[in-house]
Write a protein that binds this ligand. Structure first.
Ligand SMILES: CC(C)(COP(=O)(O)OP(=O)(O)OC[C@H]1O[C@@H](n2cnc3c(N)ncnc32)[C@H](O)[C@@H]1OP(=O)(O)O)[C@@H](O)C(=O)NCCC(=O)NCCS
Length: 179
């Protein structure tokens, strides 16, 4: 796998994490236990930090980056991703904050300062503009996103199931690597 340092800070990996060999992780990035990072993900924790919570998966071709600290934004915009989050294929997450049990649909873009509360689905191809707050328990779709409807109980259950599916899948990949 490709783990590079920036200013002598390397990514740190929790227990049983899986980073596909084609993914590139640079700088101040912390992966909690059982995180999986799939082919061609590019994550750059250089001008701020990235943290990814337990059992979260970041799928193929996704791009993760951050924004530096400035006078008007002393903390800048780190990228914070919670637990049991599914980040679909080719998603762009930039300087935003995601809670727990979220599905970010394929090709979605989430911009600086956006905050996604727990238990949210963001539809494929959606755009979440800067500083937008997505309320817990809802489906959001569109560009820019609009609240579409409350999530059903089965959709809420699926959020945890999706993360669990990816934990099982990455365990199979880890086992294959050991062969
Ligand atoms: C958003 C999503 C969950 C909606 O599923 P759904 O239950 O079929 O949605 P609904 O039937 O409630 O549709 C609500 C409306 O939103 C529209 N819609 C559905 N997905 C949309 C999307 N991604 N963007 C814009 N509009 C969307 C539907 O056409 C429908 O519009 P209408 O009321 O005018 O007919 C699904 O389409 C989606 O985008 N899933 C993401 C899957 C993914 O990317 N997974 C990660 C990789 S594993």
């Amino acid at each position: 796998m490709s783990l590079d340092s920036y200013k002598k800070i390397f990514p740190t990996l929790g227990k049983n994490t899986f980073v596909h060999p084609s993914a590139v992780l640079v700088g101040d990035i912390k992966l909690a236990d059982n995180v999986s990072i799939w082919p061609l993900v590019a994550a750059r924790g250089d001008v701020n930090h990235i943290s990814i919570g337990a059992r979260t998966n970041v799928q193929d071709g996704s791009v993760l980056h951050v924004t530096r600290k400035t006078k008007s934004h002393p903390e800048g915009f780190p990228l914070i991703i919670g637990e049991d989050v599914t980040v679909g294929h080719k998603v762009m997450l930039h300087g935003c904050e995601l809670g727990n049990r979220i599905l970010v649909g394929m090709g979605a873009i989430v911009m600086d300062g956006a905050k996604v509360q727990d238990d949210v689905i963001i539809g494929a191809g959606s755009l979440v503009p800067p500083n937008k707050v997505l309320e817990s328990g809802y489906l959001y779709v569109g560009s820019p996103v609009k609240q579409a409807r409350p999530l059903s109980e089965s959709e809420k259950a699926f959020l945890t199931q999706s993360a669990e599916n990816y934990v099982l899948l990455k365990n199979e990949y880890i086992a294959e690597q050991g062969n």
